[in-house]
Ligand binder design. Structure first.
Ligand SMILES: NC(=O)c1ccc[n+]([C@@H]2O[C@H](COP(=O)([O-])OP(=O)(O)OC[C@H]3O[C@@H](n4cnc5c(N)ncnc54)[C@H](OP(=O)(O)O)[C@@H]3O)[C@@H](O)[C@H]2O)c1
Length: 410
């Protein structure tokens, strides 16, 4: 259904572009962007509905979700009706707002569906996406997450932990395995994740390090490998290099053999050098160059005007817009991204958006990279689950080096 929405809107766009006599090459990327954005929105709406059904619990929802029910499918794990309800701690936000809306609540422990794994959460990555979900800003996001109230109360997407139970159709994991990956509601002692959204935790990584990989690591990987198609020897500039996604992007760009220029503030200069940046621009002292020296720019911060970024980009270079926090309240950084994708139709330079959905293949590819020494997630600070609000405040202070992580169990 999500594919149909995306492809239909992209076809309508292509038809209109053909009617206007536009060059086919110029139409391709915007059409893909429209397809991806529509897919994402349709996916998010469908996902929101699924989570809402889970949140409601209730007798009707339980028939599918709770295996203690007599009507539960035979493919689900069997737990006797008399089994006590198991509770867990979770960070919830019943309404949108600042960190004051966060609460620690006791909730029923989730039960895995047939293709899911129940994880005892050891650590959960804290990223800007969680800030947006907490505040409900930019407002456009609420089309998917709930207009006036969040559809889903528990925050968190990145996770690492130990498998506690598996659904009947799970084949890759067994109880006791250490895993990492992406799910929803990971700011809790237990969470369920689809098997294909998880990988075995590389032994050389701690749970805290592994908990930063699925959201920030996969975003950086997709930006470099799939969108920019970075090649060895190319010159890559990472803006926001000292942050969660940027610290991954610097290391992965080096892993792909690129020369990396990191853009960050003074306090992060030594940190990004240690990650492998060949040169550093302290943006508080020096502006971006205007000589078109970069083959690829990955922009994760600052919301700089496209004209400034294009001057730093080679004539046939690729600008990948991954984020930025200085947009307006309605569309946030997306306004600039959509303008860029449309503008790209008329330019030799490629201006592309980055939608870093966690898909099985890039997650596996990242796990493979992490199995070897070289790329190591940079965890700047950790907070206990109960101090998630402090973690959120640290996140938006811009002072953290690399990633923030919530420690859930030890
Ligand atoms: N597209 C996707 O799928 C996707 C996925 C994940 C995240 N994102 C987005 O990517 C962005 C970055 O996320 P994150 O988790 O890395 O956030 P983060 O950890 O807060 O990092 C942002 C970094 O940008 C730096 N910065 C702030 N203003 C800057 C400026 N004017 N110029 C250069 N650097 C500046 C900050 O430190 P200094 O100012 O001290 O250098 C900070 O280190 C967010 O907007 C997030 O929503 C997108």
């Amino acid at each position: 259904m999500e594919y149909i929405v995306g492809i239909t809107l992209a076809l309508i766009f292509c038809g209109a572009a053909a009617g206007l006599g536009m060059d086919r090459d110029r139409v391709f990327y915007p059409a893909v962007a429209i397809a991806v954005t529509s897919y994402y929105l349709a996916f998010a709406v469908a996902d929101g509905r699924h989570e809402l059904r889970r949140d409601r619990g209730g007798a009707r929802g339980r028939a599918h979700a709770d295996p203690r029910s007599r009507r539960a499918s035979s493919a689900e794990p069997r737990i006797p009706m008399s089994a006590p309800v198991m509770l867990m701690k979770a960070v919830v936000r019943p309404e949108y707002g600042d960190t004051g809306v966060l609460r620690i609540k006791r909730l029923e422990r989730p039960v895995p569906q047939k293709d899911e794994v129940l994880i005892r959460v050891m650590a959960a990555g804290l990223d800007r996406g969680q800030w947006h979900l907490m505040t409900g800003r930019p407002y456009a996001m609420r089309l998917a997450t709930g207009l006036t109230q969040p559809k889903q109360q528990v925050l968190g997407m990145d996770v690492s932990g130990v498998v506690e139970a598996v659904g009947a159709e799970v084949t890759r994991f067994k109880i006791g395995d250490a895993v990492f990956g992406a799910s929803s509601r990971t700011f809790a002692e237990f969470t369920c994740a689809r098997e294909d959204q998880l990988c075995a935790k590389p032994e050389r990584l701690s749970f805290e390090q592994a908990a930063t990989a699925a959201i920030s690591g996969v975003t950086a990987l997709i930006g470099l490998r799939d969108v920019a198609k970075v090649k060895p020897g190319q010159s890559v500039c990472v803006i926001g290099a000292g942050g969660g996604v940027g610290s991954w992007a610097v290391q992965l760009a080096r892993h792909f053999g690129a020369h990396v220029t990191a853009v960050c503030s003074t306090s992060k200069v030594e940190f990004v050098r240690a990650l492998g940046a060949t040169s550093v621009i302290d943006y508080t002292k020096v502006p971006l160059p205007t000589d078109g020296r970069f083959d690829v720019i990955l922009d994760f911060a600052g919301n700089r005007p496209l004209s400034v970024l294009r001057k730093a980009l080679a004539p046939q270079g690729t600008l990948v817009l991954g984020g930025g926090e200085d947009g307006d309240r309605f569309v946030g950084g997306m306004g600039r991204t959509l303008r860029a994708v449309l503008w790209s139709m008329f330019l030799k330079q490629r201006l592309a958006m980055l939608a870093g959905f966690v898909k099985p293949e890039p997650l596996q590819a990242l796990a493979h990279i992490l199995d070897q020494p070289g790329v190591t997630p940079a965890v700047g600070r950790t907070f206990p689950l109960e101090e998630a609000a402090d973690g959120m405040r640290a996140l938006v202070s811009n002072r953290v080096l690399g990633k923030l992580v919530l420690r859930v169990a030890t």
